[in-house]
Write a protein that binds this ligand. Structure first.
Ligand code: DGJ
Length: 731
């Protein structure tokens, strides 16, 4: 999968889908030649390398060649300080105040498989023939500093992963001000940039903008990857849609401050860089120190956004998420948060358990409020000891009772935080993250623990572990409800994330049977870094079915449905006050990691029956919902009619979700949804109603009747309604 043209020093990474080509330029630095659809290998790609027309303004990098200026060349990992005036991928402050670097090719290694990215989460292989890795060593001889660029190409995926690493071999202290994970110079800027932007309660909405001359970027400075911008961008051609056209995806396996930056220069080339945010970042590198960047995952498709998403979904599902839960169907949970908030005791919880077990729920999740004196959000974070006033039999007593109903117990934690009103704060006020000469900001009445301290890491590992053992906990919801402020120094935010990863590495290794769900006020840290440790993420606190259409649709651009927690909650909805039917709430939540969070014991018998039937339907189709290929058909960002589908890998089964947000009067009788991803020769049965071949369903579409609009005093609103179509291949 990796060929080297030794004469011209060209590297060609290729598989059946993509090619990625770069070379060693005449000055010893790396030049970029091509990334895109697979190309036939040739002994030379030198014709891809165009020298600029010599003209006004060139500052020659080399006195022997007046046309050689880095400003005009496509590069692979550009440095700062010589003749390139665009944003660099690496910037290092030296003892003499200079930031100039000149990393030249020294040697390379080809490795079968994929080495671990030290100390950081990353995608992996299970056998060495799944992927091949190229490691390029570059040296700045003035600094005696080595830069390693690592590229992995998987055998059957349109994916290149990259990371970079600096090793200081010299005697001077170096300060890294910027080390990107990836950098690539595209020859033109005829692209639109897609990113996933939002805020609490409306995470990962799809935003699209044309690239323009100059710089454009998204980033996070909050200490978490954030709900505001996800660590992902894509560049697509203007005519690329869900099903056709070129697109390049960039995703960062990191949970802290990141930057995704695009600079379009005066000759129309677009430089994409992605990595840890250089804003408020620096890292001291003394002799023999190593600094490792996170992994960036680049995907190429010429078959539209769905195909790019499919590459991310299958990679994340199969080679990012780990542990025994990776390939297992996930339990249907019921969570008590919106049912009780802080106001519960064992009796109240057991009522929910008793009712929900009859309806088919498999896991009861006890949310916030079970520990210390936590009766509101102003105390006890850090005191992870059971509140015996609420739970007189402790976690073990509760677990025993729950197990009698054939259900498992899950538990909420927010281990990264500390309340001022807590025993932990009295004992260890110095564990709080923040500078001492400033007033510390409070978020939800809490401070952040400084996870870069080893004693803090050990405390969390120990206390969480004790509770897991005590309550035979099967599932953990790991919350994190505020961003970092008053950060002490420029390395702190990254050190915090390294501390977090260390804690998670240990806990997940110690308790491999526990299913972890990452939560940060919902989706404030929905990123591939967290997915490496925690198999699923609470997508958003916003559980309104209509809002969820946008949130789940946007999230699916990068993340597979099995990673997205999706719950049915009460109406009026606690985030939007909207009233929707139980029917549509189920039909939206099915396309995620399905669960409920409401007080089921208050439901009427007919509502309970509806819940039971929905759970049965979900269980029958759970594999298809959780492991099928998810395809977006019609976008809530563009239409009143939303649809998506999931198809089994052998294409013998599919379920289509169709949703109408607002009812229209006198609608067309001719509504059709054109499906995708089926086998055109298979004959499918549709909801036991009629039969059609795959080619009809994909080209003519599913045809269906609109519910009849009429008015009578007891008529139900047709706003917010949904329909599912189950397709089954007829043998
Ligand atoms: C924020 C989470 O997103 C909610 O689901 C809930 O767990 C609360 N925190 C509890 O404080």
């Amino acid at each position: 999968m990796i060929l080297v043209n030794k004469e011209n020093m060209e590297f060609h990474l290729h598989n059946s889908k993509i090619s990625y080509i770069f070379n060693v330029m005449q000055n010893g630095q790396l030049g970029h030649l091509y990334f895109g659809k697979k190309l036939k290998h040739r002994d030379s790609f030198t014709h891809f390398f165009k020298k600029p027309i010599q003209g006004v303004g060139i500052i020659a990098h080399h006195k022997d060649d007046s046309a050689f200026s880095l400003e005009y060349y496509k590069q692979e990992f550009p440095s700062y300080g010589t003749t390139d005036f665009r944003k660099p991928a690496v910037k290092i402050l030296q003892e003499n105040g200079s930031r100039i670097t000149d990393f030249k090719y020294d040697s390379h290694k080809i490795i079968s498989g994929k080495p671990k990215v030290e100390g950081l989460p990353s995608t992996y292989v299970e056998s060495s023939n799944e992927a091949t890795t190229l490691e390029i060593k570059l040296i700045d001889s003035v600094l005696d500093c080595e830069l390693y660029l690592t590229y992995t190409i998987y055998e059957n995926r349109a994916v290149i992963t990259r990371n970079s690493r600096l090793e200081n071999k010299g005697n001077q202290k170096l300060i890294i001000e910027n080390l990107m994970s990836t950098s690539i110079d595209f020859p033109d800027y005829d692209y639109q940039m897609i990113h996933l932007s939002g805020a609490w309660g409306r995470e990962r909405h799809i935003k699209t903008r044309n690239l323009e001359k100059g710089c454009q970027y998204i980033d996070s400075t909050r200490g978490s990857s954030s709900a505001h911008q996800n660590p992902f961008i894509a560049l697509k051609r203007k005519n690329t849609n869900e099903h056709s056209g070129e697109v390049f995806g960039f995703s960062l396996v990191y949970s802290g401050n990141f930057l995704a930056h695009i600079e379009v220069d005066h000759f129309d080339s677009s430089r994409v860089t992605m990595g840890i945010n250089p804003f408020d970042f620096s890292w001291e590198l003394n002799k023999n120190d190593i600094f490792q960047s996170p992994e960036a995952i680049m995907v190429y498709s010429d078959n539209g956004l769905n195909d790019m998403s499919h590459e991310y979904h299958s990679l994340f599902r199969e080679r990012l998420v780990r542990g025994i839960w990776r390939d297992k169907e996930r339990p249907i949970l019921i969570n008590n948060w919106e049912a009780t908030y802080f106001d519960f005791n064992e009796d109240k919880l057991m009522k929910i358990v008793e009712e929900s077990s009859k309806l088919g729920f498999e896991l009861f999740v006890l949310d916030d409020g079970w520990f210390g004196e936590r009766n509101g959000d102003d105390s006890s974070l850090g005191d992870w000891f059971v509140n015996e006033k609420k739970l007189p039999n402790g976690l073990s007593g509760l677990q025993e009772k729950i197990s009698k109903y054939n259900m498992k117990l899950g538990l909420w934690f927010e281990p990264e935080m500390i309340s001022e009103k807590s025993e932990l704060f009295k004992k260890n006020p110095h564990w709080v993250l923040g500078v001492s000469d400033r007033t510390l900001s409070l978020g939800r009445n809490q401070y952040v623990l400084d996870l870069s301290f080893e004693e803090v890491q050990s405390y969390i590992i120990e206390i969480v572990g004790e509770r897991i053992k005590e309550g035979k906990i099967s599932y953990i919801k790991w919350d994190m409800n505020r961003n970092m402020t008053e950060i002490t120094d420029k390395s702190k935010a990254h050190k915090y994330i390294l501390g977090l990863y260390k804690i998670l590495d240990t806990l997940t290794a110690n308790f491999p049977e526990v299913l972890f769900e990452s939560c940060a006020s919902g989706g404030n840290r929905f990123d591939p870094g967290m997915l490496y440790y925690m198999q699923q993420t609470w997508t958003s606190d916003d559980t309104d079915a209509i809002e969820r259409l946008k949130i789940q649709y946007g999230t699916s651009i990068v993340y597979p449905t099995i990673t997205m927690g999706a719950h049915v909650s009460d109406v009026a909805n606690h985030q939007t006050a909207r009233i929707t039917s139980l029917d549509i709430r189920n039909k939206v939540a099915f396309f995620g990691n399905f669960g409920y969070e409401l007080d089921i014991s208050k439901f009427s018998d007919s509502q309970k029956l509806e819940v039971k039937e929905n759970l049965e339907y979900f269980k029958e189709n759970r594999k298809l919902f959780q492991f099928g290929d998810f395809i977006r058909l019609s976008s809530p960002f563009e239409s009143n009619f939303v649809s998506w589908m999931t198809v089994s890998s052998d294409k013998s089964e599919a379920i289509i979700g169709y949703y109408e947000i607002l009812a229209d009067a006198n609608p067309t009788y001719n509504k059709k949804i054109k499906l995708k991803g089926l086998n055109e020769d298979f004959l499918y049965k549709i909801n036991d109603e009629y039969e059609a071949y795959g080619d009809e369903l994909m080209n003519m579409g599913i045809v269906f009747d609109q519910p009849h609009r009429y008015y009578s005093s007891d008529s139900q609103s047709l706003d917010f309604h949904g329909k599912l179509f189950k397709l089954t291949k007829i043998n």
